[in-house]
Design a protein around this ligand. Structure first.
Ligand SMILES: Cc1cc2nc3c(=O)[nH]c(=O)nc-3n(C[C@H](O)[C@H](O)[C@H](O)COP(=O)(O)OP(=O)(O)OC[C@H]3O[C@@H](n4cnc5c(N)ncnc54)[C@H](O)[C@@H]3O)c2cc1C
Length: 436
């Protein structure tokens, strides 16, 4: 008989009034812990602010870690010798990924596109957020927003472990779907026709050397010709292998992502079914490369553009195409227009070597809001303009801009901050041109 004691138990019952919500206080509250929210939270903490970071998911990083995106887009300018256009958290993040052997830069779309491994990124985010003393609430859904005119006072959250009453001075909507702005009753914008999402997945068991030699445009052509036989909805997309890891990320599905409580699960299952058909296509059409390939991991369904704020300014496609630098520019970016507005393919519009476009601060502030700033894929723009600034590079820069703006506003309004002072704080992201 082994020598052990059965642990004691006690009886518990939910209090009649449901229990008192756990009260949490912060200077800056960030809703959404995707790459925009993480950037905003770390930037605010660096400014000495008390920060709370909230997410409905059970891990940090949002789509950057959960949806297996695999590449960092919008971090560099265009041309033969691209320079970096985003700083802030990027130096530490890249250094960590390099140390972990989880970072590899490739050329594509007239710029640099670094590949990264999600597990290394999620660890960096956790370590950075912990070291910064940020209070993190995971698995937390937004139930209600306390709003008085243009000011938000607090958020009511529900977690599986109980309710949270989160109070703050400044708020950042980094939810991707403008969840905070919408719940606060500010106007939001939705596209009339859906912008497609994608379920990404990671393959293993294929011939890595042979995969490196595959011509991606020839694969696209084959998708167009033979995809129908495999029941594929989308007829473009790509497979990119992380060198030496025996893994490749596949971006070849298109699924609608409705803002509907039952819709997400349905769409995710549809995305996985499409992913399986993509594997059948790769095995069937390229048996010498993918004959033994299998899915190692399905990502969580990736959502591109669903609902976003109505800001003081809606970024337009002509401003993007012409590279207009507005007086209140806070972010720069050279990434193409990448509009997923139909099931069968993607509309790409690449820009020349000297091109740069900008996100104005006015596109990040909901009309009438005093202490709420949006960052990431839910800022205001037309669908095409938004598609060019919602990749991770500009998302990180928007997170930094939102934190700096709320820090400048203090107990006042972001509508009255000195934009020149804000731009001075964001000078790296607007002016610096390091060639890594
Ligand atoms: C399939 C796909 C592939 C992509 N590929 C690339 C790529 O290769 N490179 C690149 O740079 N970009 C890529 N993008 C674009 C990029 O991923 C996103 O636009 C970017 O990550 C958005 O970051 P975010 O922080 O704004 O939003 P998200 O990463 O979506 O984070 C939002 C967070 O808010 C949380 N949230 C939402 N609502 C609530 C709520 N009510 N309560 C609590 N929490 C909530 C969510 O759980 C989520 O974690 C891709 C996008 C998709 C969909």
């Amino acid at each position: 008989m082994s020598d052990y004691r059965i642990p004691a138990t006690r009886i518990v019952r939910r209090p009649e009034n449901g229990g008192t919500p756990r009260r949490v206080e912060a200077d800056i509250v960030v809703l959404g812990a995707g790459i925009s929210g993480v950037s905003a939270a770390l930037e605010a903490a660096k400014l000495g602010r008390k920060v709370a970071l909230v997410d409905a998911g059970m891990q940090l990083g949002g789509q950057s870690t959960g949806s297996l995106l695999g590449t960092f887009c919008g971090f560099y300018s265009n041309g033969p010798q691209p320079y970096r256009v985003v700083y802030g958290i990027v130096d530490d993040m890249f250094a960590h990924l390099k140390r972990e052997g989880a970072f590899h830069v490739r050329r594509g779309r007239n710029t640099f596109i670094p590949l990264y491994q999600e597990q290394a990124l999620v660890r960096w985010i956790e370590q950075a957020v912990t070291a910064a003393g940020i209070k993190v609430v995971l698995g937390a859904n937004l139930l209600d927003v306390q709003r008085d005119g243009g000011r938000i006072g607090g958020l009511a959250l529900a977690t599986r472990f109980g309710l949270v009453d989160l109070r703050g001075t400044g708020f950042i909507d980094a939810s991707g779907d403008a969840a905070l702005t919408y719940a606060a009753g500010f106007a939001c914008r939705e596209p009339e026709a859906p912008i497609m999402g994608t379920l990404m997945f990671i393959l293993e068991g294929f011939d890595e050397d042979a995969a490196q030699k595959l011509d991606r445009w020839a694969v696209q052509k084959r998708l167009g010709e033979a995809g129908g036989r495999y029941g594929l909805v989308r007829r473009d997309g790509f497979v990119f292998a992380f060198p030496g890891k025996g893994q490749a990320t596949v971006n070849m599905t298109h699924v609608e992502t409705p803002l509907d409580p039952l819709g997400y699960a349905r769409a995710q299952a549809e995305g996985r079914a499409q992913a399986d058909r993509v594997v059948a296509f790769l095995r069937g059409e390229y048996p010498e490369v993918f004959g033994l390939a299998r899915v190692r991991q399905y990502g969580l369904l990736g959502i591109r553009q669903t609902r976003w704020i109505v800001g003081r300014h809606s970024l337009g496609i002509d401003e993007v195409r012409q590279g207009i630098r507005p007086d209140d520019a806070v972010v720069r970016c050279a990434w193409p227009v990448e509009l997923h507005d139909r099931a069968e393919d993607v509309h790409w519009e690449e820009f020349g070597d000297d091109h740069m476009h900008y996100v104005p601060f006015g596109s990040m502030v909901p009309e009438q809001a005093d202490n709420l700033v949006a960052a990431g894929r839910c800022i205001d723009g037309d669908p095409a303009a938004l598609s060019s600034v919602r990749v991770m590079g500009p998302c990180i820069a928007m997170g930094a801009a939102a934190a700096q703006a709320l820090d400048l506003a203090g107990a006042g309004s972001v509508r009255q901050i000195d934009i020149r002072a804000l731009q001075k704080r964001l000078a790296d992201n607007l002016e610096r041109c390091d060639r890594d």
